[in-house]
Each structure stands twice: as C-alpha cells, then as structure tokens.
Ligand binder design. Structure first.
Ligand code: NDP
Ligand code: 2IT
Length: 453
C-alpha cells in the first residue's frame, strides 16, 4: 500500500470509530500528513501497524464528578483521564477545567502530548485529562470541593511511575494543591503524583515560569538561526494566564516589547508595553477580567470580544514582529495570519496547544513566515514537570538558576533536533515536519521494541 493510502486509511478509520471528535482529527491529520517522508523511508512502521496503534489511547477513563455548591445543591460534571501512550515513560500531561472540555478535546491534547514529551528527550509518555467544570464565578469552597471529588476517582488511576498529571487551562497552583491534599488523605502517601506543586511541598522552582520562558527561548533559537535576536522586537501575545504572563516576562528580559494580552472576554493593546505588575495583580491575585487593566492604564485600549472585527481575533490585528498565541486551540485563523503578515509579522511561536488552524499553518508555509509549532515551542512546561519528578524521586531541591538553565538547554535541544530532522527529510527549516517526525520516531521505535502491546 502506498504511504498516502496508508495514512488515508488510518484517518478514515479514526473518524469512523470515534465520531464527533473534530479537534482530535485535526491533531492526528497534522501529525500523519507530515510523516510521509519517514514512512516512505521506513516500511517497518506500516509492517508493525504503528499508525493504527498510535491513534488509539492505551486507556481512557471517564467518570462522574459530584460536588455540592454553596447553596447546598448537588452539581454534576464529567471527569476524564486519557492515558494515551506509555512507550517511553509513565503517562504525563495536564488537566484542563473548562466548560468546552469533552473527550475529543482531551484526546487531541493527549495525542499532541505524546510527541511533545518525546521531543523533550526525557522519559515521559503522553496523557491528558480534565473536566467540563467551569471555575469562573465559583467560590474557593466550591473549587476545593470540586477538586476533592475529582481526585477521589482520579487517585485510583495515577501514580509516580504510572501517570503524573499537572495543570493546564483552569488548573494552576491552587487546584493542584487541593487535589494533592485529597490524594494524600485518600492514600496516606506523600508522593510526587502531580507536578506544579507548591514550593513548600515538593514543587520545583521555575515550573510556574517554564512554559512561557521556554516558548520565548524557542523563539530565540529560531531567530538565532537567521542571525537575528529578540532585542527591540514588538510582540503580540494572546491569553493572560500562566503561559501568557511568563511569555511576557521573558520577552522583557530579552529586550523585546510585548504589547497585547487577552482573556475570554476581551483584549488589551498597550502600545508602550504591557505592564506586567498590573497584569499579574489582576490575573494571579484578584482573578478578574482584563477590562480592569484599562481602568488602571488609561492609555491602553480594551476591546471586548463582541467588538472584534468579524471572523478575527483582535490580538492578531495589532502590528508586530512576532506573535505568541498563548490562550487556546484554533485562536489564530486564516484571516488572522493574513492580518499578521500584512502588518509585518515574521514569526509565530505557539505557546498554546494547536492555536493555529490548518489554513493558517498552510499560509505560513506558503509565505515563508517562520513557525514554531506548539509541540516543540511549549514543551518547556512539561519538561520542567519532569525535572520536578526527578527532584521528588531523589529528594533533592535545585535552585531557580539550575532549573532555568536546564530548561534553556532542553529548548535548544528541541530546536536543534527539529531543525536537523527537517533537513534530514529534505525540507530544511520546516519545524512542524521536523518536530513531528523526531517526536514520532522515538515513540514508534520504542513501541516496536516492546512487541505487540
Ligand atoms: P490558564 O488557565 O492559566 O490561562 C488561559 C488563558 O487563556 C486565560 O487568559 C483565559 O481567559 C484564556 N482562554 C482560555 N480559553 C479561552 C477561550 N476559549 N477563548 C479565549 N480565551 C481563552 O491556562 P494556561 O496559560 O496554562 O494555558 C494556555 C494554553 O497553553 C493552553 O492551550 C494550554 O493547553 C497550553 N499549555 C499550557 C502549559 C502549562 O504548563 N500550563 C504547557 C503547555 C501548553 P480567562 O482569563 O478569561 O479565563
Ligand atoms: O500541555 C502541556 O504540556 C501542559 N499542560 C503541561 C503538562 C505537564 O505535565 O506539565
């Protein structure tokens, strides 16, 4: 069978056997379509049925999460943990709490995680989980009771050498704390079963900063290959959560000027540069909306989501040299990339998972806009999670500088591996192809080594 037919066959059976999972098909299609040259060169992946196997999770767990709200009413949500692939290590990947969560979303994230984790060079398999729980507007007590109920079931499926969840959208230090406490209450064991823990109880320095810092280090590597730097570059950033905040912080450290941020309700354009202190106060401490930012900084523009130009994300209408989508999937579409291009943007680095639509990616390739794909560019978070696991296992504590320096080297290695792999397969500089092939090859070869499992 030709390679194209093989890929088509797997795509078709995936869609037929798991209906209604659009984001998952999008993630699978993106990976499989770039594997063609590898599959041509190496018939063993077809022989050992690797594509058929790799698109099916080893296990997916769906459970009921019941909790009581402040009014005494019983509330019900759905919990998920998809244990996708353990060929190179225990399942590793975040938990997302957001009303849009469904099985297809968790599967897309889990599938991406397999290759991302492989690219880090560290021994971690791929998994993802979460719930359709909406943390917005909930009290502290409600958040805690939800997290405890969620962990009551999740605790049966995780373990230091089995599956180690972490944060993602809607899950940060506070939620990890409540879940960790509940795990300990249920099992009686103080174990590194989650990452992103508090610094007083097993967390790693620099984990909070890692995804954002890593994404900027990745951009730095892309630019360096062209003899360029971040110094003096104007950057647009979307999102205002964990990834966006520390992307903005590192951009300043390296001499760039971030001018935007956004949340689910609107965006801020601050031409003289986003005030990091105000942003952290509003988002990390007060947990409020970005309209507050414009109350404090009268020279900043706030545009609510309802006022965005039709079919676009207003963040990408702002002139910039570099764009860092760092909020959510499919937040940068064809119209957005055309706007960015028109305004002179030369590089898109993905802090979020799958933020660019396939049409936007295609446009970048056609128009030679440099592109740092999510699997590579945002891998610094999970890589530092693995550094947290290492510290837990050896009962050691590393300094901020030590962890940050390891993170910096990991991002450089991921860039080099992706770049060299793109060269090996005849499309030098196509980092999407390089990252997908390099990430896939290590996992697929490990699956072959481990037999028919
Ligand atoms: P947070 O919950 O900390 O922040 C998410 C931000 O994105 C918030 O500003 C939120 O707005 C905004 N947002 C979320 N959903 C939407 C939406 N549907 N439309 C518009 N805005 C939205 O999450 P993270 O910063 O951790 O995650 C951001 C992205 O980065 C996700 O794609 C995640 O998968 C990815 N990622 C995260 C890693 C991590 O270590 N945390 C690692 C690698 C990737 P609001 O403030 O209104 O809620
Ligand atoms: O998408 C991701 O890589 C994350 N949300 C971080 C996962 C982790 O285990 O730290």
């Amino acid at each position: 069978m030709s390679v194209q037919k093989y890929i088509h066959k797997v795509m078709k059976s995936t869609m037929e056997s798991t209906p209604g999972q659009a984001e998952f098909y999008q993630a699978v299609e993106e990976v499989l379509s770039t594997l063609e040259p590898l599959l041509q060169a190496e018939p063993k992946y077809d022989k050992y049925n690797i594509l058929e196997r790799i698109v099916i999770p080893e296990r997916q767990i769906l459970f009921r999460v019941v909790w009581m709200d402040d009014a005494g009413k019983i509330q019900t949500n759905i919990g998920y943990r998809v244990q996708f692939n353990s060929a190179i290590g225990p399942y590793k990947g975040g938990l997302r709490f957001h009303p849009s969560v469904n099985l297809g979303i968790i599967k897309f994230l889990g599938f991406e995680q397999i290759f991302k984790n492989s690219l880090t060079g560290l021994p971690i398999g791929g998994g993802k989980g979460g719930s359709n729980f909406d943390p917005k507007g909930k009290s502290e007590g409600e958040i805690m009771r939800f997290c405890q109920s969620f962990m009551t079931e999740l605790s049966k499926h995780i373990g230091e050498t089995k599956d180690v969840p972490a944060g993602d959208i809607g899950v940060g230090g506070r939620e990890i704390g409540y879940m960790f406490g509940e795990y300990k209450r249920i099992t009686g064991n103080f174990e590194g079963i989650l990452t992103g823990k508090g610094l007083n109880w097993g967390g790693s320095l620099a984990r909070t900063e890692a995804t954002g810092f890593g994404s900027v280090y990745f951009a730095e590597n892309i630019l360096a290959k062209r003899g360029d730097t971040l110094e003096g570059k104007v950057a647009t950033v979307s999102g205002s959560g964990n990834v966006a905040i520390y992307t903005i912080q590192k951009l300043y450290d390296l001499g760039a000027k971030p001018v935007t941020c956004s949340d689910s309700r609107g965006m801020i354009y601050h031409e003289k540069g986003i005030d990091l202190h105000t942003l952290k106060l509003i988002k990390e401490v007060e947990r409020k909306g970005l309209d507050e930012y414009a109350q404090i900084h009268k020279d900043a523009v706030y545009i609510p989501v309802g006022k965005y130009p039709e079919g676009t994300n207003a963040v990408w209408g702002v002139p910039c040299d570099i764009a860092f989508p760092s909020a959510t999937q499919n937040e940068l579409n064809f119209a957005d990339i055309k706007n960015l291009h028109k305004n002179g943007c030369i590089l898109v680095t993905e802090g979020a998972n799958m933020p660019s639509t396939p049409e936007a990616i295609h446009y970048m390739m056609e128009n030679k806009i440099m592109y740092g794909p999510a699997k590579a560019a945002n891998a610094g978070g999970v890589a530092t999670s693995q550094l947290e696991m290492s510290q837990n296992a050896s009962m050691a504590t590393w300094s901020f500088a030590e962890v940050d320096s390891k993170l910096n080297s990991i991002m450089k290695n991921i860039f080099n591996l992706s770049y060299e792999t793109s060269k090996e397969f005849g499309d030098e500089g196509n980092l999407m192809m390089g990252a997908n092939i390099a990430g896939f090859r290590k996992v697929a070869d490990s699956m072959i080594d481990q037999g028919a499992v």
